[in-house]
Design a protein around this ligand. Sequence first.
Ligand SMILES: NC(=O)c1ccc[n+]([C@@H]2O[C@H](COP(=O)([O-])OP(=O)(O)OC[C@H]3O[C@@H](n4cnc5c(N)ncnc54)[C@H](O)[C@@H]3O)[C@@H](O)[C@H]2O)c1
Ligand SMILES: O=P(O)(O)OC[C@H](O)CO
Length: 351
Amino acid sequence: MPDLKRVCIIGSGNWGSAIAKIIGNNLPTMSDKFLPEVHMWVFEEMVNGRKLTEIINTDHENVKYLPGFKLPPNVVAIPDVKDSALGADILVFVLPHQFVRGVCNQLKGQLKPNTIAVSLIKGFDVAEGGGILLISSVIKQELGIPCFALMGANLANEVAAENYCEATIGCKDKETGALLKEVFQSSYFRLVVCEDEETVEVCGALKNIVAVGAGFADGLGYGDNTKAAVIRLGLMEMVKFCEVFYPSSKQSTFLESCGVADLVTTCYGGRNRRVAEAYATSGKSIEQLEKEMLNGQKLQGPPTAFEVNYMLKSKNMEERFPLFTAIHNICKGNLRTRQFMDCLKNHPEHM
Ligand SMILES: NC(=O)c1ccc[n+]([C@@H]2O[C@H](COP(=O)([O-])OP(=O)(O)OC[C@H]3O[C@@H](n4cnc5c(N)ncnc54)[C@H](O)[C@@H]3O)[C@@H](O)[C@H]2O)c1
Ligand SMILES: O=P(O)(O)OC[C@H](O)CO
């Protein structure tokens, strides 16, 4: 009897649930390698008087975070994160980045030897002394296991609807990259394994900042040409950020789904763009709009802008990344939204 691998999904939000649908459908087709049952950790809450885990396990739908899409019955919702990860060989981390440390703390010392992780999380963590950490690095450090990344142009509802799309797995190790590809790939979700692990993950985090800028431009009433300028200048800053802070980064990685493709889809169809547009027109705070518009889903762009700014400020490098800096300052109310246009017009790319 071969040693069958157990996959556990840590998170069950909008993307977590869409990815559970893919993994839950995939694993039973590879019964020589994987156990068919997929554990999914669910941050327990009451929805219409019932526990969300009970709803998922009986109705097979995450009615709060991915309504309208059935999950395969072999996806089992578990409210205790330690129980969910028991015996897991592959942990799929997919939760808003602000909660990663808390979850890792609960998992410390609870994992099997040789467990590996893959992070689908877009964002950074701030490090003492003015730096930032990749989320995969936090998982590696906290749990002492290898952690790879999967990023791409993947609006969760479109993936759940099985509309064709692509994603990038950042993984240097060929055998592990191939194993992860088997877990995730389907006829409509096509994957490329890329060795440039750090750039794959950094692209996923930074594009959310640019999406906030795209939302500001939309809210200010500008059209597609302006948004294209935001995307281009944002991309220039993403490339520069990698050149400065991740010098082994390869420019070709920006041409993978995790790069330009994710940037475009987020700047047109994402939550960060939508809430930023409302911020520019409503006078309400980002926090208030997140509560009013997203029904418990979480924005990653504004906190990521803060994390990046925390590092740029500590290194006296804010002026080298004026778009990222202006977006952070607008989110914090230190700059008016309309001043975003000054940032675009005076961007050093034009000097
Ligand atoms: N939604 C998408 O289209 C999409 C696509 C690709 C990548 N991502 C990335 O995937 C990650 C997860 O996003 P998502 O869309 O699945 O989440 P989400 O935005 O739907 O967030 C809601 C989730 O956060 C959980 N949560 C709330 N409070 C919590 C707490 N205190 N501790 C732990 N969990 C808590 C909720 O239970 C729920 O599962 C993010 O980094 C996001 O950028 C999202
Ligand atoms: O809805 P957003 O803005 O969080 O973006 C979702 C995904 O990251 C798109 O790939």
